[in-house]
Design a protein around this ligand. Structure first.
Ligand SMILES: [Mn+2]
Length: 370
């Protein structure tokens, strides 16, 4: 058995007890220094096209995360590797507010800006602010990696991981992305926004040469341009449309055969880019752009487990588009019932599972012998 790397924190907490209300993510006491996996929260949704709220995703996930049971059936004590979440940066909250307000003027004009000098200037500004966000994310993720830790990102909308991809490419060299999503996210631009959530995989594929493959799973909402783009880049894109996945399931074929085919497309180094809306929307009813269909939570977990168990290295991951229920002011609604917390509850459980499997794939935690 591979021995997990030990950190310095003495396990003073009781993994069976309720979390200390002053503790960090998942009710854990670990500092940045004592953690082997660090989350960067990115409260950003500047160019969201449909429902809002994903900017509050990190906060909602963190608040819900103390409800986790730390025991994991696959991985032995993943919590003991040390998990820490950086504070939400108020400067990024401000940057998002500014970019979002500016982007709204273009959305209100349905993206028709020709001849409107103010809107043209606004579009330029939104693209610049998105560039600022990307540079900030890249810097943060780079410093976590340079400190010898695993980096993971909590969005925000799905534009947020671009800087993380750049940092990972610089740090690890060539890698592939496992992209779970309802949407192809391969538009060249959306309403002129070069870094919207609808373009993240176009940008990854065309602007970061070290990204060799993108394996997409659960895709069921896309336009002609996106279909043509991924079909024309078959050396790079492996698309497992939701329709193919459900046909496989409905025809009674063994599901693990399909999962094996998906895993086979991945190179040795993999970054997981998980858009929560790839799942059946019953797991994410308040996400920005829900689409019927999708894979089940347990299917997603089985896929991720197979990736980790295949001997591939999961370099890190982003989890995005988790949105809490909002009130009329667009702020997270007062949570009175556990049901209102559902999106964040699913999100934080997925975050813990992704963390456990990533740690095991990097031999920072041991597989549980079952
Ligand atoms: Mn997406």
């Amino acid at each position: 058995m591979d021995m997990p790397t030990q950190n310095k924190t003495i396990y003073t907490y009781d993994a069976n007890a309720a979390a200390d209300p002053n503790s960090g993510v998942f009710g854990l006491p670990y500092s940045y220094e004592d953690s082997q996996l660090v989350f960067l929260p990115v409260p950003w949704e500047a160019t969201t096209s449909y429902g809002g709220g994903t900017a509050h995703g990190p906060e909602a996930i963190l608040n819900a995360s103390s409800q986790i049971d730390l025991f994991d059936l696959d991985v032995l004590n993943p919590d003991r590797a040390g998990l820490h979440c950086l504070d939400i940066d108020p400067a990024i909250v401000k940057l998002n507010d500014r970019a979002k307000k500016t982007a709204q003027t273009i959305k209100d004009a349905y993206g028709v800006i020709d001849g409107h000098s103010e809107l043209i200037a606004n579009l330029k500004l939104v693209n610049e602010l998105s560039g600022e966000l990307n540079a900030w994310v890249k810097g943060k993720i780079s410093s976590i990696l340079k400190d010898g830790k695993i980096a993971a990102l909590i969005g925000g909308d799905h534009s947020t991981p671009f800087g993380a991809f750049e940092a990972v490419a610089e740090h690890f060299g060539e890698f592939g992305i496992l992209h779970i999503d309802a949407h192809s996210d391969t538009r060249k631009a959306y309403m002129g926004f070069e870094h919207s959530h609808a373009s993240i995989m176009y940008n990854a594929a065309t602007k970061i040469p070290k990204i060799k493959t993108i394996t997409q799973v659960g895709i069921r909402d896309f336009c002609d341009e996106e279909f043509s783009f991924t079909q024309s880049r078959k050396h790079q894109f492996n698309v497992f449309f939701d329709q193919m996945i459900s046909a496989h399931r409905l025809n009674g074929k063994p599901f693990n055969e399909l999962l094996t085919r998906i895993v086979d497309t991945l190179p040795q180094q993999v970054w997981v880019s998980f858009d929560i809306d790839g799942l059946d929307p019953r797991y994410c009813p308040h996400t920005g752009t829900p689409v019927p269909g999708g894979i089940d939570y347990s299917e997603a977990v089985m896929l991720l487990r197979m990736v980790a168990k295949s001997g591939r290295k999961i370099l890190g991951f982003d989890l995005n588009e988790v949105a809490p229920i909002l009130d009329e002011q667009g702020l997270p609604a007062e949570i009175n019932q556990a049901a209102d917390e559902w999106d964040a509850n699913v999100g934080m459980r997925l975050l813990y599972k992704l963390s456990a499997l990533t740690l095991a794939s990097q031999k920072k935690s041991a597989w549980r012998e079952t």
